[in-house]
Design a protein around this ligand. Structure first.
Ligand SMILES: NC(=O)c1ccc[n+]([C@@H]2O[C@H](COP(=O)([O-])OP(=O)(O)OC[C@H]3O[C@@H](n4cnc5c(N)ncnc54)[C@H](O)[C@@H]3O)[C@@H](O)[C@H]2O)c1
Ligand SMILES: O=C(O)C1=N[C@H](C(=O)O)CCC1
Length: 268
């Protein structure tokens, strides 16, 4: 049985890649595509939007009108739009794969609550490489521990609206958790002016926004006499899109619960 997928944010940078990835994957069907009510692409053909030829799927704006057509909603939009879609998916018992980043703690709680009723994959980064990197960070933090200063440096394109990236924050959480620290208490976001000497237990974040950088993350473990740098560089959004399609197929075996790409990839 093929998994029927709807894509929210279809005209966005990720939405277009998701349309292409859906059409390329033989085990799934692109069933519907959604955009913001004010989008100039409402009524356009999803395939033409993604430059892969007509697919006879028109971009629509109301999730309720397509609710019977799909099994999993893949959502790469904004926190507010994702939460609006979440409420409808919960009401209609539809599974979700959420790639959107920038949720507040309160907004995340709403996702956790909804996952008591529907199955959700929520991941700030759907690439296999980044999720492998998450595991490498655990090992590095365990081995290097309190002997090093830890800094997380991320770079993304000039259009990105949240900072630090969801991936950088997740990296910080993993390192902090491994070292028994609370990220909310030890994170330092950027530095300027008279900063005083660095406190060992802080975890620093630096953000670069420039040009068309797809996504780059480095975690620096700097000691005395040596340093370890763990870096991931994405060069195509297709890596995120393929991960999201994989997650959509995987979530079909679940009825309820909140999962991430570590679950999907069997890395937990
Ligand atoms: N998890 C991952 O692997 C991953 C990868 C890339 C991007 N992201 C995240 O995905 C999100 C989107 O990124 P992007 O670069 O594609 O952004 P984008 O701005 O290019 O696309 C977002 C799209 O969502 C649409 N949208 C907004 N409100 C909507 C609504 N109510 N209904 C339907 N569509 C709506 C916008 O019109 C836009 O086309 C960001 O939060 C980004 O950080 C995550
Ligand atoms: O392009 C973006 O926006 C990305 N956001 C994700 C994040 O915030 O971690 C990761 C990949 C690209």
């Amino acid at each position: 049985m093929k998994t029927h997928i709807a894509i929210a944010g279809a005209a966005g940078r990720m939405g277009r890649q998701l349309i292409e990835a859906c059409i390329q994957a033989s085990e799934v069907v692109l069933a519907a595509a959604l955009e913001h009510p004010q989008s100039s692409f409402i009524g356009s053909d999803a395939g033409e939007l993604a430059s892969i030829g007509k697919q006879n799927i028109n971009i629509v704006t109301d999730l309720n009108t397509i609710i019977s057509q799909f099994e999993v909603l893949i959502d790469f939009t904004t926190p507010e739009a994702t939460l609006a879609h979440l409420a409808k998916c919960q009401a209609m018992t539809k599974r979700m794969v959420i790639g959107t980043t920038g949720f507040s703690a309160q907004q995340r709680q709403l996702i956790e609550q909804a996952a008591q009723k529907i199955a959700i994959v929520l991941a700030p980064n759907m690439s296999v490489g980044v999720n492998l990197t998450f595991k490498l960070l655990e090992i590095a933090a365990q081995v290097l521990g309190e002997e090093v200063d830890i800094e997380i440096i991320e770079a993304h394109h000039r259009h990105k609206v949240d900072a630090p990236s969801g991936t950088a924050l997740r990296m910080g959480e993993i390192v902090a958790q491994t070292l028994g620290r609370n990220l909310a208490e030890c994170a330092v976001y950027g530095r300027q002016g008279k900063t005083n000497e660095r406190a060992r237990r802080t975890i620093g974040f630096e953000t670069i926004r420039a040009g068309d950088i797809v996504g780059e993350h480095t975690v620096l473990f700097a000691g005395t006499g040596e340093r370890v740098e763990i870096t991931h560089k994405a060069s195509s959004r297709m890596t995120f899109a393929k991960g999201a399609i994989r997650a959509a197929q995987w979530i079909m075996q679940k009825e309820i619960g909140l999962f991430d790409m570590q679950d999907v990839l069997g890395l937990r």
